[in-house]
Design a binder for this molecule. Structure first.
Ligand SMILES: [Zn+2]
Length: 545
């Protein structure tokens, strides 16, 4: 009997050793905020050896990776990558939305019950409490408490949602001090290594520098002219053109908000990630750890200047060098065969609609404020009062209490609202909550709205716009500059997905891959139970070795 027990113990330990040998020591997740799929190719001649080209040439490239819900925003994107499901399950239905319980606007990572750690500002008062599903990082920590999960980003939501509820440290940028901070949800004080990193004063030094093009400006043939009417002006500038002399632009007064509009912000985050590898002993023992990095500045520069700007091209040429530096450090510190990395985006972006208009392409603007005045008036005529609380993210939130008090039927009021909206120019589709909750899913546009619809968080009537349109409050000169995202169309939904490192084949996958498939694949790489609401399917090509 004792011998049999000994034999079984041997078998079990041999099996778990085999698993440990098959698992990487570290999984690195990189999210590039607002990265379009095409950037991998459009700028490829300008990329160095050892950066993005290394990921493209020596890993698995899922060339047709799509978001399958709306809205394609930052919060829902990060939540979906790491939970392997859509807003209908994880509840992050936008970056900000109307919260019926508090009768006010909430941010996806708001948490008034926690305190800032590492700053006296309010920029630390955030947590993943609004995230209703487990992340793959949660699953790793639940199964293996010794596993380390470290998450970081310039944006709070870019760090908090990937790190999940159990992270050993989720850090984001404090716009008041230029330092990395966290909240009391995670810990009561910053670790020494974070304090030391903050004390190096990288941001203060960077704000005295100039951001100029890395190459001769005439070499940026992949982009439009530097001085373009479609770009926002940064503070302290009279044209949207290089060079950006930060010291002159700020009169020498540190502007920590301006910092995130520069590629220096990507360097700051990479250096922070590299510091965490040593300080947190990531990938050092046989228990797999996870490092989640989300680069926010590509989105911030992208909103201001658009996808055809010299600014975005120069930022990506420099971002490529960050990837090279990170890969070099991972190979040295964790070992070439000991880590697996994936790189994706939380959404992509539409070209500046005014550019589309000027070039006779489909697209334009939908000005919301006047439409809402018209809608409220129509409701008052029909029902005696307007019954609308607010419009947010093209979701119309109706006043349920008043509808009950007036003995009206929510379905009837919603349908009335939907019928008016459907008649508006440049509206593509409109759905009522009742339709989304109960309907079948053979309509692909409705399916995408359904997957983004959460009955407790979303509005009562949701509408979408025609391709190339952006919603703006009112028509102003500024409204027609810069760009955004959020739609169900390919320019927003088609993103890069690259896998690299231990056990990853060199190949291209052309079939449709969904963003929820990333967490499903990670669950198998890590030998974990699937996260609780996972709906994605493993990308079997990545797992073939
Ligand atoms: Zn984003």
């Amino acid at each position: 009997m004792r011998n049999l027990f000994f034999f079984i113990t041997l078998l079990v330990s041999a099996e778990s050793m085999a698993q440990q040998a098959a698992s990487p020591k570290l999984v690195v997740g990189i999210v590039v905020d607002q990265m379009c799929y095409e950037y991998l190719y459009r700028y490829s001649e300008k990329f160095c050896e050892g950066g993005l080209k290394e990921l493209l040439g020596k890993g698995t490239n899922c060339r047709n990776t799509q978001y399958d819900y709306i809205p394609t925003y930052t919060g829902p994107g990060h939540a979906s990558i790491y939970t392997g499901t859509t807003p209908s399950n994880h509840g992050i239905v936008a970056n900000d939305w109307y919260d019926r319980s508090t009768k006010g606007n909430i941010n996806c990572v708001d948490d008034s019950s926690v305190a800032s750690i590492g700053t006296v500002s309010n920029y630390g008062m955030f947590s993943p409490r609004n995230l209703k599903a487990n992340t793959i990082t949660d699953q790793l920590k639940m199964t293996y408490p010794n596993a380390k999960v470290i998450s970081m980003s310039i944006k709070n939501r870019g760090a908090i949602l990937p790190g999940g509820h159990l992270s050993d440290g989720s850090y984001w940028y404090d716009y008041a001090t230029g330092k990395f901070v966290t909240s009391s949800f995670y810990k009561s004080e910053l670790p020494n290594w974070v304090d030391e990193f903050n004390d190096e004063g990288y941001v203060d030094k960077a704000l005295k520098q100039e951001w100029n093009t890395m190459l001769d400006i005439n070499a940026y043939a992949e982009s439009g002219p530097d001085n373009s009417p479609y770009e926002h002006l940064l503070p302290g500038k009279v044209t949207p053109t290089f060079p950006y002399n930060l010291k002159e632009m700020t009169n020498g007064i540190n502007n920590y908000e301006l910092f995130v509009y520069t590629p220096f912000s990507n360097t700051y985050l990479t250096d922070f990630a590299i510091a965490s590898i040593d300080s947190e002993d990531l990938g050092k023992d046989n228990q797999t750890d996870m490092l989640c990095i989300s680069y926010s500045t590509p989105d911030i520069i992208g909103h201001a200047f658009g996808p055809y700007s010299v600014e975005i091209e120069d930022m990506y040429i420099r971002f490529d060098l960050e990837i090279k530096k990170l890969l070099k450090e991972l190979k040295e510190k964790v070992g070439e065969d000991n880590f697996t990395l994936f790189l994706t985006a939380d959404h992509a972006v539409v070209p500046v609609p005014q550019y589309l208009i000027d070039n006779n392409l489909p697209g334009g603007y939908f000005f919301v404020d006047n439409h809402m005045i018209e809608l409220r008036a129509a409701l008052s005529d029909k029902f005696g009062e307007d019954l609308i609380i607010v419009q947010d993210n093209l979701n119309v939130y109706l006043n349920h209490e008043r509808i009950d008090e007036l003995n009206l039927d929510l379905k009837e009021v919603s349908t009335y609202v939907a019928n008016i909206i459907q008649r508006w120019e440049s509206v593509k589709r409109v759905f009522t909550g009742d339709q989304l909750y109960n309907a079948s899913i053979d309509d692909e546009w409705m399916d995408m709205v359904r997957k983004g619809y959460h009955h407790a968080e979303s509005g009562d009537v949701i509408f979408t716009l025609e391709p190339g349109y952006l919603a703006k409050s009112t028509d102003t000169e500024t409204a027609r500059k810069g760009t955004s995202h959020g739609s169900a169309y390919s320019y927003d939904t088609h993103v890069p997905l690259l896998w690299y490192g231990k056990n990853v084949e060199v190949q291209e996958v052309f079939r449709n891959v969904l963003i929820s498939d990333i967490a499903a694949t990670l669950a198998h790489i890590l030998y974990l139970q699937n996260p609780n609401s996972l709906r994605g399917k493993p990308i079997h090509e990545v797992l073939m070795k």
